[in-house]
Design a protein around this ligand. Structure first.
Ligand code: GLC
Ligand code: CA
Length: 533
């Protein structure tokens, strides 16, 4: 049984915004806070009651805000602190929550702390970063190349797990912990209701392992130092952590640990790919099996699970495991029904609610993402231009970062100027306006789904029973609480009709009207129906 606090969090539905690409209000081609304020009705109408903003703090933008140069100031292009205050009060006025993206593992090298630190070994910030005379290992940065950079001014190497301009903080220094506590308190005092914590698995380093030092010896101590404090005990936290085993998950987010409320489990993000840039034959069944495994583990261990498939680091899931052409609507709605009627906190990434698919471009100059440009250079050493482009198109994080297509006009309602990144190659076809007038609107399906979830406790707190077997190419599960029982069914395959082993009312949610009076569920149909007996 989830504790009271966690059960409350299952009532949150979190809409993730990539601020740079959501809505531009002043024509400079870059999304901003005012743009977000102007679109709050859209988010609320969908049924979300919380917003997670990817980093919106001062930054030179080498990694689009994940290289922070001042944690308590707003990125100039996004607006001002007054805009942020207004966004917070607009959200709270609607009974909505705000989740900020905290990046505790590294800062931009433009941050004042780094600028001071590099000056020498005897200033207050000298131990804020991971400095070494000799490289202690040969770690590679996540974006390619060595993770160690020699700094002429300091005369030492510093660690950068990501880009050269993202220097890792040294959490073994108590002053770093204190500085990050101050950042957290600053935003909680301003009204933030929670944080997503970027690469939290990396803050304590183990310089002797091959895993870029993840899950170091003091990890849990440092997480507790951030969130185990009385003044922040009410907030929601979700860590980005590459956890693959249940014991590690329990150590991160069992309620009595005073650490995180939840983490993003990574395993299902690899559905449909063998590495970030290489596709793998997978299907909705693969996703189903991973979800079922983790739901079960979460339930047995009273862990608050996160229900998500997409984010700003992945091309859309429907393009990897579904059919994003003829069956785009079906793929989008089936994934949603299968996922969001499980137990946990739903996360929806901007565009997912209109069935956003992967983009495609023919020239490397169309790409911006620091990770994919690094991969391009590396892959190009052994592959042809065409082969490399194919991989980059498949894996680039730009896929999820094109401006939100609000309509079919030239600039897709995102900006009156020139967008910072090209419009999505399918924006003419897939956009909010087109989706909303379509009879097969993904947005309207999401709306109904989230309403159903909100209005029936069984989906929030009820037990889960999976009826389908691993060999089936469908999923049927039930959620029940007291006398109330719901069946959820998603038929993944052509040529098969599914009959449920119990009698149900007419579906309260369905992605098509094909379900017949005799209770058969058609190929690609998904539905949720109340069980009669
Ligand atoms: C996380 C973010 C990603 C960023 C990286 C470095 O993985 O989601 O966008 O590039 O951390 O901060
Ligand atoms: Ca702008």
């Amino acid at each position: 049984m989830l504790c009271e606090k966690y059960r409350d969090f299952t009532r949150w539905t979190i809409y993730q915004i990539y601020p740079r690409s959501f809505m531009d209000s002043n024509g400079d081609g870059i999304g901003d806070l005012r743009g977000i304020i102007n679109k709050l009705d859209y988010i609320q109408d969908l049924g979300a009651n919380a917003v997670w903003l990817c980093p919106c703090f001062s930054s030179p933008n080498d990694d689009n805000g994940y290289d922070v140069s001042d944690y308590t100031d707003i990125m100039e292009e996004f607006g001002t602190m007054a805009d942020m205050d207004e966004l917070i009060s607009e959200l709270h006025g609607r009974g909505m929550k705000l989740i900020l993206d905290l990046v505790p593992n590294h800062t931009s090298t433009a941050h004042r702390w780094f600028q001071e630190s590099r000056k020498g070994r005897d200033n207050p910030y000298s131990d804020f970063y991971c400095w070494f005379d000799e490289k202690p290992n040969d770690w590679e940065s996540a974006f390619g190349g060595s993770a160690w950079e020699f700094d002429e001014m300091r005369g030492q190497y510093y660690l950068h797990s990501f880009a050269v301009s993202q220097a890792d903080l040294n959490w073994d220094n108590p002053a770093v912990i204190k500085a990050m506590q101050d950042v957290i308190d600053f935003w909680v005092d301003k009204g933030a209701d929670g944080f997503r914590i970027d690469v939290v698995d990396s803050i304590s380093k183990d310089y002797s392992n091959n895993n870029r030092g993840k899950f170091g010896p003091h990890l849990h101590e440092y997480i507790r130092a951030m969130f185990g404090r009385e003044n922040v005990s009410h907030i929601y936290t979700v860590g980005e952590s590459n956890i693959h085993d249940i014991d590690e998950l329990v150590r991160h987010c069992k309620a009595d640990r005073g650490e995180l409320s939840s983490v993003f489990i990574f395993e299902h993000m690899d559905c449909g790919r063998s590495d970030k840039f290489t596709p793998k034959q997978d299907s909705l069944k693969s996703l189903r099996d991973i979800l079922i495994y983790w739901q079960d583990q979460a339930e047995k261990n009273d862990i608050l699970y996160t229900l998500f498939t997409d984010n700003h680091d992945q091309p859309a899931m429907i393009s990897r495991i579904g059919n994003d052409r003829e069956l785009r609507y079906e793929s989008a709605t089936e994934i949603a029904a299968m996922l969001y009627l499980l137990k946990g906190v739903p996360f929806i990434y901007q565009g997912q609610e209109i069935g956003q698919a992967a983009a495609h471009y023919d020239d490397i100059s169309c790409f911006d993402d620091v990770e994919c440009l690094g991969a391009y250079r590396k892959l190009r050493r052994t592959l042809s231009e065409a082969e490399t482009l194919e991989k980059v198109n498949f894996g680039s994080r730009d896929n999820a970062r094109h401006p939100m297509p609000w309509d079919g006009s030239e600039n897709h309602g995102f900006t009156t100027g020139t967008p910072w990144l090209l419009h999505h190659s399918r924006a003419g076809e897939i956009n909010v306006e087109a989706d909303l007038v379509s009879e097969r609107s993904v947005y309207r399906f999401y709306q109904k789904l989230l309403k159903l979830r909100r209005e029936n406790e069984a989906f929030l707190d009820g037990g889960l029973e999976v009826i389908s077997r691993p060999e089936d190419s469908f999923i049927v599960y039930t959620r029940s609480l007291g006398d109330e029982k719901w069946a959820v069914v998603c038929n993944f395959e052509e040529g098969q009709e599914i009959k449920l082993p119990f009698e149900c009312e007419a579906p309260a949610l369905a992605n098509c009207g094909r379900q017949t009076a005799d209770g058969l569920y058609a190929p690609y149909e998904c539905a949720a129906a109340k069980v009669i007996k």
